[in-house]
Design a protein around this ligand. Structure first.
Ligand code: PEP
Length: 254
């Protein structure tokens, strides 16, 4: 059975004090269930603090981005070696906010995925369509093209260690959520795309849904056959909401 992953993307939110409180609540309530990975992705400046507070708690730590370069004159960036140094195992890559606000291209995202795999961390590759693309009937071709750019760079074998997050851009931070059927359609298409070259890798691939997932809609989304967890923004900043989603994810494995 593939892993179910519930990942909190805290984006650029929190202070050392608010993070301490949020984490204490998460540690107290997080379910320890075989095959369920719970993950928080704080702002990079708080990674050390989060790692230290988590101790042996069953919560993994991820970054929200990383440079594809190993070191050097890249002011404001951080490297995979630095993330490893901090004990960070996952990296969100190609989030739509980085694609739209920082101009990250498919080719740059593919380079970051390749570098992340080479360093032994797990990339969480974000893909998704804009509202205009959905309305033009281009959802599946857009998502397939974003994945294809990475496939060309790391091959299907690379996807044995990749997690994909399908995040319709129109659903991120808007309160609009893809219906379970809309999300399932895209998740199944992603799995079929990879199954075209390796059925076993496609079957093991965890594909997360992201886009206004919350305590109220998580169970229905997570019940879909090809939805293997969530990448959660806003709702990951509230311990009770996030823990309810974790509980729904644990339930979805039964
Ligand atoms: C995200 O930023 O990845 C995300 C899914 O945000 P939200 O849950 O707030 O829509």
């Amino acid at each position: 059975m593939r892993k179910t992953i519930v990942a909190g993307n805290w984006k650029m939110n929190g202070t050392s004090e608010s993070i301490r409180t949020l984490l204490a609540d998460l540690i107290a309530g997080v379910p320890a269930v075989e095959g369920l990975v719970t993950l928080v992705c704080p702002p990079a400046v708080y990674l050390s603090q989060v790692k230290a507070q988590l101790g042996e708690a069953p919560v993994e730590v991820g970054a929200q981005n990383v440079s594809a370069h190993p070191l050097g004159a890249f002011t404001g960036e951080w490297s995979l070696a630095m993330l490893q140094d901090l004990g960070c195992d996952y990296v969100i890559l190609g989030h739509s906010e980085r694609r739209s606000l920082n101009g990250e291209t498919d080719a740059e995202v593919a380079e970051k995925v390749a570098a992340t795999l080479a360093a032994g961390l797990v990339p969480i590759l974000c893909v998704g369509e804009t509202l205009a693309q959905r309305e033009a009937g281009e959802t599946l071709s857009q998502v397939a093209a974003q994945i294809d750019a990475v496939l060309q760079r790391v091959g299907t074998e690379g996807f044995a260690s990749v997690v994909i997050a399908y995040e319709p851009v129109w659903a991120i931070g808007t309160g609009l959520t893809a219906t379970p059927e809309q999300a399932q359609e895209v998740h199944a298409a992603i799995r079929a795309q990879l199954a075209g070259s390796d059925a076993a890798i496609a079957d093991k691939l965890s594909i997360l849904y992201g886009g206004s997932m919350n305590a109220g809609n998580a169970a229905e989304l997570l019940a879909q056959q090809d939805i293997d967890g969530g990448l959660i923004g806003g709702a990951s900043l509230k311990a009770d909401e996030f823990l309810t989603i974790c509980a729904a994810a644990a339930e979805s494995r039964k």
